[in-house]
Design a protein around this ligand. Sequence first.
Ligand SMILES: NC(=O)c1ccc[n+]([C@@H]2O[C@H](COP(=O)([O-])OP(=O)(O)OC[C@H]3O[C@@H](n4cnc5c(N)ncnc54)[C@H](OP(=O)(O)O)[C@@H]3O)[C@@H](O)[C@H]2O)c1
Length: 276
Amino acid sequence: MLLSPKEKKRLYHQYGPCALVTGASSGIGKELAEKLASAGFDLIINARNENNLLAIKESIQLKYNVQVDVMPIDLSVEGNTDVLIQKIHHKNIGLVVLAAGYGTSGLLKESSLHTEINMLRLNCESVLILSHYYAQRFSEQRRGGILFLSSMVAFQGVPYAAHYAATKAYIQSLAEGMSEELKPFHVSVLAAAPGPVVSGFGSRANMTMGKALSPEEVGVPILNALGRHNTVFPGWLTKLLVYSLRTLPRWGKIKVMKQVMSGMANQTRNTEGLVN
Ligand SMILES: NC(=O)c1ccc[n+]([C@@H]2O[C@H](COP(=O)([O-])OP(=O)(O)OC[C@H]3O[C@@H](n4cnc5c(N)ncnc54)[C@H](OP(=O)(O)O)[C@@H]3O)[C@@H](O)[C@H]2O)c1
């Protein structure tokens, strides 16, 4: 899927000339970075693996006449998000895409607490630090955009991905609140809440994704929604799943998500309630 020439112009005019994209080496973040480059944005791309970032930099610079800076920094480590901010504070950034994140699955009580806390730091704490900093900067310059990666799991508790869903509920709520707060300052805030997408996410979360969208199917709808809505459910499958759950009460949604996640969580142990 391609951005229309009109959308490229709109995005660059409202949010150019440079975008920071975290989690840009894979999946949704990579797709958003490429689409922004196609609209003429210079990029600052972040993830942990430097070689992956350098390969993406090379591929983007071959295709588009833009400048790409790589920032290989682990944002789950305390203090590192501030290091990133210090390294790029002189850049003329008009858009931040906060896509770095991962999930976990299975029974929370049996998971590694270290991994869960690490996920909380990456999915929430680092996102809070970056969005707080750029909310101030963009408000001062009276333009800019902050794009959060929420998820369709953000809207109810999700058994067998309880803590991951909780991190996304935090992001969804943060984005909705900030969106209204920053409107008077001409700063756009968007929560993108995709359903399942084929990426590195499934293997890191130890989930089988089953029917899922490609990153290419969600990238353009997400960017088209920036500046127009506070939440987007990108792609046909996301819309189908979200709208089919919409009429259920919250407890009913939790039951459905329990069924869905028990099919997705690759937990082999035959534990009460989780037998796949
Ligand atoms: N895929 C889905 O079904 C889905 C659905 C809804 C929402 N989401 C959300 O969308 C976002 C992107 O996920 P994705 O599907 O594109 O997953 P992905 O393909 O695994 O990409 C995750 C990106 O984050 C980077 N990353 C991971 N840990 C990091 C760390 N500690 N510090 C800095 N960067 C880190 C990864 O690169 P390195 O490994 O090199 O660090 C990679 O670039 C996540 O927030 C996810 O929760 C995904």
